[in-house]
Design a protein around this ligand. Sequence first.
Ligand code: CA
Length: 738
Amino acid sequence: MRTLIAGVAIVVAIIALVLFVQNEPTSDPTVTSTPEALAAPTATIGLIDDARINNADSEPGNWLAYGRTYEEQRFSPLTQINRETVGELGLAWARDMNTNRVQEATPIIVDGVMFLTSSWSRVFAIDAVSGEQLWFYDPQVPGEWGRRACCDVVNRGVAVYQGRVYVASLDGRLIALDAATGIKVWEVDTIIDRERFYSITGAPRAAKGKIFIGNGGAEFGVRGYVTAYDAETGEQVWRFYTVPGDPSLPFEHPEMETAADTWKGGEWWKIGGGGTVWNSIVYDPDFDQVYLGVGNGSPWTRVIRSPGGGDNLFLASIVALDADTGRMNWYYQTTPGDNWDYTAVQDIALADMTVDGVERKVLLQAPKNGFFYVIDRADGKLLRAHPFATVTWATHVDLETGRPVENPDLDYLEKEQWILPGPLGAHNWQAMSVDTEAGLVYLPAQDNPLIYGMSEEWKASGVYKRNEGGWNLGIEIAGIAQLLLNNLEDQPTPKGYLKAFDPLTGVDKWVVEIPHYWNGGVLGTAGGLVFQGDALGYLTAYNKDNGEALWQFNTYTSILAPPVSFMIDGVQYVSILTGNGGGDLFSGEPLPPVAEPASLTYGNYGKLLTFKLGGNATLESPTAVDRSIPEQPPLTASIEDIARGERLYGNYCGFCHGLVVRSGGSISDLRRISEASHDAFNKIVLEGMMASAGMASFADVLTEEDTARIHDYVRARAIEDREVALGNQEAPRLTWLQ
Ligand code: CA
C-alpha cells in the first residue's frame, strides 16, 4: 500500500513538473509517468491544528495561517533582521513563477516548507531554504474563467490544516490536498448556480475541524454566501447567505428574514443582490465565532437595487457567526445602502486594546469606504470610526447611531460626481499589519477617485435590464472614457500611501507617499521594521518609528502581494511574490502625475523572492519593454462606427485591457498586437481561439458586427497614439462619443 501511495505521489509530481513549465492552464490533465519522477521529494511537516495556530506566537519561525495567527495581525515577532542589521539584507534565492499574470498570495511556512498559490489557483510546496519545488498541484481551471472573474485570475493562498493543504479554485471548487504529496484527497463544488459568474480568489480559513470559504462575482450579478465544510470529508456543515434571495421562496435561515426587511421594492434577486465574501473570513477562538467581511451590492446603485430605500443588509457589513452552527451572533454595517462598491471584505484583524480605559477584545478593519473601524468583538458595538484617507461621500460616522452621515452634495443620481474613495477603495485586499505594542496599524492606503454617474440606459428609460455575461454595475461604464475626459480638470489626484495610523485617535504617526496608488500588502516586525512592496517594483523596509526607508531592493516588477517572515535553523527570512494585476486592470496606463508601474516599463514577471542577512543572489537585469505602436492600415470606419466600438469596448473589454485601450502591463495591450492577431480578431473574440489563456469567447454577448466595431475602435486608438508618439499629432482625441 505504501509503495502504491508513493507511486501515485510520483505520478502527481511528474504531472506537476510537466504542467509547471506551461504558462497557461491546460485542458488535458492526462500526463503519463516517467522514471525520473522516482526522485521527487515530498514535504514533511508536523500536524497543524487549532491549538498550534492558537499558540503561533510560541513558534515565531513559522507562518502557520493566512495572517500568521488566528488574530491575523501580520506582525512577526522575529528580530534578527532589524533596524541595525537590515542594511545587510540580500536576496537568498529567487524563483520564477513562470507566468506574467497576477500574484497575490500569502505563503504559509510550516517546518521549513512553504505552501503558496500562483495565478490560476495553482499550488506549490517549496523548500523554504533552497527554493526547490517539492510538489505542485494544478486544479486545471478552465481558461474561460479569465472572463468570469471580475479582477484577474487571482488566488491569495492556501490553508494548511491537519495534514492537508486547502485551496479554492477560481472556478469555485474547494480542494483538499495531502500536505506531504500534493495529491488530491477530496474536492467539492461550492457554487450554487453555475450559470452565474461566481469565482473564488480568497484563501480558505481553517478552524474547529472546518474549512470556511466564500466567493466573488458581485460585479457580474450574484448572491453572496459563505459555506463551512468538514475538513476531513468535505461535507457541508452550514451555509450563510449574506443577502436575501427571491422573496417568493422560503428564507434559507432566520437571518434572511431580518435582512429582507431592509430591501425595498426592486428585483435585486434577479440581478443578484451581491454581498460576496471574497477575501476576509476570520476565526476568533476567544468567542468561538467567525467574522465575514461582506462585499458590495449587485448592482452598485441602490436606486436600481432597492428603489424603496433601506440599508440592504448584510451588504458592506462585518457579520459574526457561531463557528459551529453558522447562526449570526451580531453584525455591523459599515455602509448602509451601499451605492459605491464599498465592500467590507478588507482584512479583519483581532486585538486586545484598552479603549477609553476599558480592556476590550476588538476587531480592526479599514474597508473600502475610508473609515477605520474599531469594534467590540463581544457584541459588535462600534468604538471608533476615524477616516484614514480622503473621504468625500460622507462627512463622518456618528458613534451614537453607528451610521455614516452621507454628503448630500455628492449624490450622483442627477449629476455625475467625482467621489472619494472610488471602487478601488481607500484600502483594498492588500493586508495591513497591526502593531499592538505601538498601538498602530501600518496601512496601505490610497486616494483613488471615480466619477460616478447613473448609466445612460437607466437615465433614458428608468429601467435596468440585467446584462447577461457582462458587468452589472448600474453606473455608466460604456461611456466612462468620455465621462472621465469631460471632467478631468476636476479629478482629485490619485495617490498612494503607507501610513502608521492610530485607530483610536485617527492620527497618522507618519505617512510615506508612494508615486503610484496600487501597492502591496504590509508586514511589521518586532525588529522595528515595516516591509512593503510597491507598484514601482521596490521592496522597502521602513523604520516603524518614523517611516524612514532603511533598505530597498528593486525587483523590477510591480508588487501587490504581502511579505511574510520566518526563521529556519537560526536564520530569519523575508519572502514576497511579485507580479501586477488584480482589481486595477481597468485603470491601465496611468496619466501623470501617477508614476508608471514597473510592470509597464519592464513587463510583468511572477517571481518568488526570499531574502536573508548576507544573501547575495542577484536578479537578471531587465530591459525596458518596446512599447512602440506598430503601423496600422488606413482606417475606413466612420466616427459613428468607432463611437459604437468605444461603448462596446467600455462594456466588455476595458475591465481587463484598460481604459482607452491602454493596458497597465499585465494584460495584452491591443494597440500593440501583431497583424496576425488583427487577422484573427474575430476568431479570438467570438470563437475562443485564446480561451486557454483566459480570453474566452464573447459570442454570447457580441455579434460579428459588434466585434468589427470594437476592432475599429482599437485600430483608431492605436493610430492616434502612434501619431502622437511620432510627433505628427499633438494629443490623442481618446473618445469618439458625442
Ligand atoms: Ca466589488
